[in-house]
Write a protein that binds this ligand. Structure first.
Ligand code: THU
Length: 130
């Protein structure tokens, strides 16, 4: 399945009554399996849970822990960059060179990588020797 199609499709299911900003994310795990997630807001924490976090949670719940590719789509004029927390989550499960495509529903695409989204990421190697 194309990540783009999966992301566009799940975006329509987003629950975003506070921001009215629907986001869809699809990820391919290294096994080849595709997982998707949408943003889910709530009244106490209106920013809710991001689409990327939802897709990662689905992947982990299915027993996979390694990202191979990521696609994020929203209805913004420009491709929306993932929030800081999502960048850290992507870096947790994907290598620096993993391709991340940020897109708009109009078809504008910006290609980047996990490493470019979170340069100098903190990782387990920084705790060595403690
Ligand atoms: N949002 C995402 O789901 N992913 C992003 O990359 C950017 C922002 C959501 C969170 C919230 O529901 C809404 O967009 C506005 O911040």
């Amino acid at each position: 399945m194309l990540l783009k199609d999966a992301a566009l499709s799940v975006r329509e299911k987003a629950y975003a009554p506070y921001s009215n900003f629907k986001v869809g994310a699809a990820i391919r795990a290294t096994s080849g399996q595709v997982f998707s997630g949408c943003n889910v807001e709530n009244v106490a924490y209106p920013e809710g849970t991001c689409a990327e976090a939802g897709a990662i949670a689905a992947m982990v719940a299915a027993g996979e822990q390694e990202l191979a590719e990521v696609y994020v789509v929203a209805s913004s004029p420009q491709p929306v960059p993932p929030c800081g927390g999502c960048r850290q989550k992507l870096a947790e499960f994907g290598k620096r060179d993993v391709k991340v495509t940020l897109a708009t529903i109009d078809g504008l695409e910006l290609e980047t990588t996990i490493g470019q989204l979170l340069p100098g990421a903190f990782d387990a190697s920084h705790m060595e020797g403690t």
